[in-house]
Design a protein around this ligand. Structure first.
Ligand SMILES: Cc1cc2nc3c(=O)[nH]c(=O)nc-3n(C[C@H](O)[C@H](O)[C@H](O)COP(=O)(O)OP(=O)(O)OC[C@H]3O[C@@H](n4cnc5c(N)ncnc54)[C@H](O)[C@@H]3O)c2cc1C
Length: 378
């Protein structure tokens, strides 16, 4: 078992680290406060190959594996998960269904679009989040075409997307077996990106409602076969949950780094606060848990990179790393005292940004549902 990164992986890590510290970190606060999409930063990241990491080179991506993807994601997330989610994480989420189930023509067209722009992934509806199979969106087949109707909510990057991967029911009475996945172009009549939703954190990337009103889709919009939707969504999560975990590791590492330097400088009772065991033990735990989260994340990603089934490992990593990020960010605010609560320090943003990692791509309760199912499988 080798826990070391290869020379190539170290090179990619350094590239991402340098970019994150020079280009993202100094601007993260601005984009968070303005709740504005950082076009220039995303364009530079794309140019350096730090967005479409998993997309094969022949479709315009970097052609690397899930391990390099999480290495890059952690480094960028250290600087700002709001910016990271709008770039590399959404690239992973929208490219995976196409790589898993798309035909050659779909791959050329839509992965090619990701090479130059953005897409979105539409599962959640106002009345259906965790319970995916209860969604109401329908794609009714008539005369060789599908008519798509439905409302999706919390769709990340929707205001930037040129297309959507949309999950809808082609057989409404058939539970999760009745779900299918479609590639839907923004410019089709009946596609409407509406309300931008105000949110707690990760503000450099927006989330919107998207409505589909009698959108006419040709049969080549279908990903895989009718009824494959649930399978495609779940396989996609096996690849994308490690990227959420990697964002958690990035946040925890940032919290740790900030606490190490602050606790050595800040004095109370005539000495640096790091000397107090109550502070030092928090920092020790932060280091230990961050490393444990990182190893779980590497494990989930390396199984994916080897083409092995990693459902439980992806859930372990996503849950542990996001819980660790939330815990570490909260403790980091505490170690910084009143300054931790101030908008002038990066800690309160870390705390706001960490919270969503426990909710999207399947809440951490749903991850435990997945774990127990996998652990008790006959
Ligand atoms: C900022 C943001 C970005 C997002 N981006 C996207 C996106 O790009 N695309 C997309 O499709 N969705 C996206 N989502 C939606 C997100 O994936 C859902 O919010 C999430 O899956 C939870 O669904 P819900 O909000 O409907 O909560 P609910 O499903 O209503 O859950 C409410 C609570 O009940 C718990 N619960 C539900 N079922 C169970 C159970 N069986 N056992 C134990 N507890 C349970 C949940 O864990 C949760 O605590 C995003 C959400 C946010 C906030």
């Amino acid at each position: 078992m080798d826990f070391n990164l290869s020379d190539e992986q170290k090179m990619i890590q350094n590239l991402a680290r340098e970019f994150a510290r020079k280009e993202i970190a100094p601007n993260a606060d601005y984009y968070d406060k303005k709740a504005e999409f950082p076009h220039e930063i995303q364009a530079k990241a794309r140019e350096l190959g730090l967005i479409n990491v998993l997309i094969p080179e022949k479709y315009g991506g970097s052609g690397l594996s899930a391990v390099e993807m999480i290495i890059v994601t952690e480094e960028l997330a250290w600087a700002c998960t709001g910016i990271t989610v709008g770039g590399i994480v959404m690239s992973t989420l929208t490219s995976q269904p196409i790589l898993i189930a798309g035909n050659e023509e779909q791959k050329r067209k839509y992965l090619g679009r990701l090479a130059e722009g953005f897409g979105s992934y539409c599962v959640t509806e106002p009345g259906a989040g965790s319970d995916v199979a209860s969604m109401r969106s329908t794609a009714k087949k008539t005369k060789g075409r599908y008519i798509l109707n439905g409302q999706k909510t919390w769709i990340t990057n929707a205001s930037q997307a040129s297309f959507f991967v949309v999950f809808a029911k082609t057989e409404p009475g058939a539970g999760h077996r009745g779900l299918s996945a479609f590639l839907v172009d923004l410019e089709l009549p009946g596609v409407e990106v509406s309300k931008k939703l105000a949110k707690m954190g990760q503000k450099a990337t927006d989330a919107c409602e998207v409505n589909f009103n009698n959108v006419e889709l040709t049969s080549d919009s279908l990903l895989g076969r009718e009824g494959d939707g649930f399978k495609i969504a779940m396989k996609t999560f096996d690849h994308s949950r490690p990227s959420v975990a990697a964002m958690g590791v990035g946040i925890s590492q940032r919290a740790l780094d900030e606490c190490i330097s602050y606790s050595k400088e800040r004095e109370a009772f005539g000495q640096p606060i790091v000397n107090f065991q109550g502070v030092g033990f928090k920092i020790a735990d932060m280091g230990m848990r961050t490393q444990a989260a990182r190893l779980l994340t590497y494990n989930a990603a390396s199984k994916a990179a080897r083409g092995e089934r990693n459902t439980i490992e992806a859930s372990y990593a996503k849950t542990f790393a996001s819980d660790t990020a939330m815990w570490a960010a909260t403790e980091a605010v505490q170690i910084h005292g009143g300054y931790g609560y101030s908008e002038e320090y990066p800690l309160e943003k870390l705390m706001r940004d960490a919270k969503i990692l426990q909710i999207y791509e399947g809440t951490n309760e749903i991850q435990r549902v997945v774990m127990v199912k996998e652990l008790t499988r006959d």
